[in-house]
Design a protein around this ligand. Structure first.
Ligand code: XIL
Length: 469
């Protein structure tokens, strides 16, 4: 009896040990590691409480364990980085970059040209086109150069499309659009690329997860991306913010359709600000089935994300329901992966389950290895150069163009191959064409202004922004 008893105790002990071992394994598994193995990034914001050292210790523990891409909730916006004219404040952004580098986390920069969170001193110049162009250029040059090689990707333009049934540019309450016109977008991309040629450059917006019907925001954005790509405006990604509600059941499939449309244009689609909220009023009555439903929606987003080869980042606008812009500003609540006590919700388990259901061998990554495994310390200037390559915008070796007065000098065009010179305005409209003869082209017929010039022959092409004075 005794013997049997002790044997069964051994068996029980082994079972407990075994169970313990498995649990330890499960606990070690993170959505960050699973995403990384699949060549993808999963992330969330560092919120203002974190920047102000006013956050629970669990926040950072979970943050660096579970996420490998990060974005600042407010601290890299225009009003934060240039609070007074030509006076820059990089303190908080630097704090985030330091944290990200120490923890091997990719950084998204948010946002350069946006109608919101613009300081008053900018609005004081409203309607003054040349001044506003100069302000935007100076802002982009300073901010993007400061973070060159440290911020992997910028939301160059945020929310520039209106909410009308027939989408068009947001023409009211936007100091940039009202003062400059839609060329502010094209210019912003060109300047950002100039300031950091290796950064990925996104157009970011909300409600583009509502589908590609005629006249929709998503269709409008796809049309603009087509135009940008055609004219070599250096856009590489679109961000769908995706602030949705529990009732929006079709949105994951809309995101899939958008990803497919952008894949045709060789552009990546990122989910940049996902939250799936319940109406504020329902907060007290939410039960297991509600959280399961939320988990199901999160799962569908992750499924789509992993199944579409041109999707790269899955970023949520918050980590814990204890800190979310939704409760204060949007009449929504409890939209995130962790609850107010920092406990993972069914939504977290669903994201994890989706990652596991898509083996690494079957998930394609839009990124080369140099991006997935960047060097840890990017402190020196040269570091950024190896991180990201926007191949399409790198001129063929040895080829360059330079404008001197009204003459465009072209070097590196293979002898005997006639080159064409096409000039576009900042809206991408063809403005002027000529031939490049004896390595030069005369542009004196063009009026003063900003343009994009493309020099191409049958085997090579180079694009550059020029300013005709
Ligand atoms: C929000 C922040 O979360 C708030 O703290 C701030 O008061 C307003 O902006 N789309 C965006 C984000 O691109 O920058 C917004 O962030 C949320 C909507």
């Amino acid at each position: 009896m005794r013997k049997i008893h002790s044997l069964s105790r051994i068996a029980l002990g082994a079972a407990i040990l075994g169970a313990g071992f498995m649990n330890a394994n499960a606990a070690d598994e993170t959505i960050r590691e699973l995403a990384k193995e699949r060549g993808r990034f999963i992330g969330t914001i560092l919120n203002s409480e974190w920047f102000n050292d006013a956050i629970e210790p669990e926040f950072e523990e979970i943050h660096k364990k579970q996420f490998n891409v990060v974005v600042a909730e407010n601290e890299m916006k225009f009003d934060a980085t240039e609070p007074s004219e030509n006076v820059f404040n990089f303190e908080k952004g630097d704090k985030m970059v330091e944290y990200a580098q120490a923890n091997g986390i990719r950084v998204r920069g948010h946002a350069l040209a946006w109608h919101s969170q613009v300081p008053n001193w900018v609005n004081n110049y409203s309607g003054q086109k040349e001044k506003l162009l100069a302000i935007l250029k100076n802002h982009i040059m300073n901010v993007v150069r400061h973070y060159k090689g440290k911020v992997a990707e910028w939301d160059v333009v945020n929310e520039a499309v209106n909410d009308d049934y027939n989408a068009d540019w947001r023409s009211t309450n936007s100091v940039w659009y009202e003062g400059i016109g839609a060329e502010f977008l094209d210019s912003a991309f060109v300047w950002t690329h100039e300031a950091d040629p290796n950064a990925e450059l996104c157009y970011n917006d909300y409600s583009i997860e509502w589908g590609l019907r005629e006249g929709s925001k998503a269709s409008f954005v796809v049309e603009q991306v087509k135009r940008w790509k055609k004219n070599n405006i250096p856009i590489t990604c679109v961000g769908t913010q995706t602030h949705i509600e529990i009732a929006h059941e079709t949105t994951p499939q809309n995101v899939r359709a958008l990803a497919k449309a952008l894949a045709e244009l060789d552009v990546t689609l990122n989910i940049t600000e996902l939250d799936i909220g319940f109406p504020n009023g329902s907060a007290g009555s939410l039960g297991a089935s509600d959280y399961a439903k939320q988990g199901h929606l999160y799962r569908q987003f992750m499924d789509v994300f992993l199944e579409e080869p041109n999707m790269g980042e899955f970023v949520m606008w918050g980590l814990t329901d204890a800190h979310s812009w939704l409760d204060e500003q949007q009449g929504k609540t409890q939209a995130l992966l962790f609850d107010k006590q920092y406990k993972p919700k069914p939504a977290f388990d669903s994201v994890m389950a989706s990652l596991k259901a898509h083996p690494a061998s079957e998930v394609k990554s839009p990124y080369p290895d140099s991006i997935l495994n960047p060097p840890k310390d990017c402190g020196d200037e040269s570091c950024g150069d190896s991180i990201i390559a926007i191949k399409k915008f790198i001129a063929p070796k040895g080829m360059s163009v330079q404008l001197v007065g009204r003459t465009l000098f072209v070097t590196g065009i293979a002898a005997g191959k006639a080159a064409k010179v096409d000039v576009f305005d900042m809206q991408g409209r063809p403005t002027f064409s000529t031939k490049c003869e004896k390595s030069r082209a005369d542009l004196s017929a063009i009026a003063e202004g900003l343009y994009v010039v493309r020099v191409s022959n049958s085997s090579a092409s180079i694009v550059k922004k020029i300013s005709i004075k």
